[in-house]
Design a protein around this ligand. Sequence first.
Ligand code: HEM
Length: 271
Amino acid sequence: MSNEKDYNAVREAIKQILPQPGYDDGSAGPVLVRLAWHASGTYDIHTNTGGSNGATMRFAMEANDPANAGLEHARKFLEPIKQKFPWISYADLWTLAGVVAIEEMGGPVVPWRPGRKDKTQEDECPPIGRLPDAAHTQQHVRDVFYRMGFTDREIVALIGAHSIGRCHKDRSGYDGPWTYTPTRFSNQFFVLLLSISWSVKNVNGNIQFKDHEDELMMLPADIALIIDPKFREIVEIYAKDKKVFFNDFASAFGKLLELGVTRNVSDASKL
Ligand code: HEM
């Protein structure tokens, strides 16, 4: 193998594993996006700890965080690619996979740069409990995302990723997809949030929301986006204008993947 790090070859390999007949809605895309987000969403701006650098979810402590239930599927989908391109760090592979999945599902091009390193010890994992709890509403959502350094507008844009994928009873305890097109990245999450009259549904003690036909779902943390007047204003913008949402999402998701990432000057100069 040449010494040249061919990230385009890795991108191609990620595209190849996206179709997964027999898994969920037939695509690995949504769970790969969630892996990139949960690897990054542990960041704390005050202590500059956590974030995608390190890929510490390889260690049992972080992998077994109940918030990360189900992400072993994403890590398993990517393992053959790591074997084929051993020079790429897990931290770069997981974040790049999220970016490629979003693009391939019809979403925007998200800026991405390599250079993350993998940490080698379990005691370098960030503390458990930094990821958001879906049972809570706007105050909790703000607490968690302000800790990462995001604005209200960036928060709403990021949660728009719930246009893809679904909840699984055996992972989070919640159940169902947010949209009719869970493998298509779109602004449908916002359109449906506003257009449907959501009612409470109890799934084995977990409170979620359902539409009239009980086909779609929303989490309490999603509904917070239409209860809170400031969040709601932004939801209305994104529901009306997909382009504005795509632009904002691309920069917010790109920022998320960079949280806490430092690079050697020599690495950075090669980019
Ligand atoms: C308040 C913030 C958030 C909460 C409470 C939340 C909660 C959840 C929950 C409970 C699930 C279901 C997991 C399962 O049962 O498999 C889920 C799935 C998902 N989340 Fe979020 N999330 C939040 C923000 C985000 C953000 C910022 C992104 C990405 C930018 C994201 C992307 C996804 C995706 C793609 C899935 C689907 C995964 C799959 O289909 O396997 N979420 N989220």
